[in-house]
Design a protein around this ligand. Sequence first.
Ligand SMILES: Cc1ncc(COP(=O)(O)O)c(C=O)c1O
Length: 364
Amino acid sequence: MPELKQINFTRGVPAVESFPIDDVIDAAKSVLNEHGRTMLQYGPSFGFLPLREWVARWKGVKTEQVLMGNGSLQLLDFLCWHMLKPGDVVYTEAPSYDRSITLFRRHGADVVGIPLDSDGPNIEALEQELARRSPVLFYLIPDFQNPSGATCSGEKRRRLAEMSEKHGFLMVEDAPYRPLRYRGKEEPTILELAPKKTLHMSSFSKLIGPGPRVGFMIGDPELLKNVARIAEDTYICPSYLAHGIAYEWCRRGLLDPQIERLKALYAPRLDACLAALERHMPEAQATRPDGGFFLSVTLPEGVLTTAVRAAASRRRLNLADGTAFFPSEGGERFLRLPYCALTPGEIEEGVRRLAATVEEVASA
Ligand SMILES: Cc1ncc(COP(=O)(O)O)c(C=O)c1O
């Protein structure tokens, strides 16, 4: 019997076939000819100036509001070095991106999860928590959230803006999936609604690829100067080589067509995942995102992700640990399904195996 192919519903990585390799090669050659001396030298810790200027125009902000780094996650680490001391309170959505939760913990933060509804953080729970203690930071992923796939409504974004003003906390808006909207209407960013109370972060990892490690933060220039100082003390400057290539690639007008290509590649994968869930697990409580990399499923009462993960591996289906996405309790029945790096055929087969596994565990 031929061996069953392994299907990985584990990591939220881009599809390798999405990488614009030839365009990156062309951009690299040409930009090294023009800016080679700058790109192979140390430079200011804010990053390669032409790229900062390009990102500022793209996002409609001033250049001094843009800090470029080696990926966005490390910039979050630098922000934590600047803002957090052990015992400080950080709110995240529950669930949230597991690596960010780990990072806040590493800085000694007391990480408090605010339950996430399908349209953003639960406002009553947030008000109750704020009545007890305000956070230093509230880390949010408002667009096509990792891991749930939820998008925060416009109304909740406005409430969050008001609440941050009233209670004096900084919102960190992590938005790497925002450009990947396959349908529906875009909401304003939290940065647009509360510019003084928001640090927006995003990245080229989901647009060009994670390999170049090009990410950025947008916000108050004075705050960014402090973050950049920590960046300088850590790595002197980010990779000007990667920044130069990303800059040239953007300058050539390749970002918009690449986003369209990504949407054309990923939207059918989301649809395949939703259709497979409908077909094989019609009772499943699944989110129905309009973009991004993820959807999530809440398993039936009494069926735990740990048991499903163990049984799924016997069917050569890899699933992620749901509890890692929850800062405190919860997540025992939570399952994240990253669909972008799988073909529609693999998605169909993966969901079929998942449904069979859930049935096996439920009837055990
Ligand atoms: C919400 C979120 N933030 C940050 C990152 C990491 O981004 P970068 O590659 O820019 O460090 C990811 C990657 O999966 C992510 O999902």
